[in-house]
Design a binder for this molecule. Sequence first.
Ligand code: NIG
Ligand code: FE
Length: 406
Amino acid sequence: MSKSPQSNPKERDFSLVNIGQLVTNNSSLGTGELGLIENAAITVVAGKVTWVGASSAVDSSLPKVDAQGQSVLPGFVDSHSHIIFGGDRSQEFAARMAGVPYSAGGIKVTMAATRAASSADLKANAQSLITEMYEAGTTTVEIKSGYGLDIETEKRSVQVAAQLTDEVTYLGAHVVAPEFANDPDAYVDLVAGEMLNACAEYSKWIDVFCDRGAFTGQQTKKILEAGISKGLLPRVHLNQLEQGDHIQMAVDLDCASADHLTYLTDQDIQTLARSQTVAGLVPACDFSTRAPHYPRGRDLLDAGVSVSLSPDCNPGSSYTTNMPFSIALAVREMHLTVDEAIYAATMGGAKALRRNDVGHLSVGANADLVLLTAKNYIHLAYRPGVPLVQKVWKNGTLMFTKGDQG
Ligand code: NIG
Ligand code: FE
């Protein structure tokens, strides 16, 4: 998602004025944890935020964009997506809603369609999902491989992802490839060996789906350690389908995030609270899989754990790119306050990607801005399902205007 259309650098210099309410996520700039400023302006030069303050005090030499009293916040940071895939699984979704439980096995259906797809088709599909993300306010996205499950297709997947974002994750360990059904440990050796060697140069992160029907804790540790020794940074899927016993391992490996966490003990929460590992909550997945309950978002925050929010876009468990929907679910179903949900969708994602240039609008940050059709950010949870994003800038370049055709 770093790859924005080329533009004359001068077009990137502007001031956004007459902002009714600006979320900076910098408490030294405004009130509360969201660092709110009323009647604000922000100036952007060469893709960076250069000044934030009262609209009346803005540098008048820059071209002005008038926010007309509406609300502005940092672009959302989506730290968990699986958008390199072929085909869809709408029939599986319909069957699930009629009572068939979700299982990791569906990943193999997408694997077949992904292996059969050209890299150009994989890229076009991912690009159209990224367009949806911009339309809903997301300006940074992590993208995983994981639907190839062989060396050639995993490599193509991370190559395509690297054309679309700087946050590429190698997830060869999504499930055991069907060719290795009788010898899962041989697949683990492949993922931690030859496949890793083929994918590492295109990847920043390594991830494993550690859960029922996927990989054990021991296998997960082996794969993550192999990735770390190749210079990749670890993150992990945990406790989506059952209560596992591996939070301590994720923390010991310094995983940047442990994601899903639908099942958590009090001890797990305490372990996360003593770590740098972000709890990556994906409530749209719990929604679309009809999980028996949502993750314990309130308890995580009360314990002091850093939380991120992501739609977890993928064709099986959560086919949505929409961060505002995730915010609404986080508030309604996990009892985050609106402020906490907005912070998780922005700064939380930045922490989960160990980035300090996104997720906030301090001077020096990337000028990733979302202008809403709403007087305040509360509307993002208060008006579920309503498209409130009016304009989106990434690195100061206008990426989306509501009502404009492609
Ligand atoms: O994050 N949990 C593992 N992977 C995906 C689902 C993959 C699929 O069903 O296709 C997820 O939910
Ligand atoms: Fe996932």
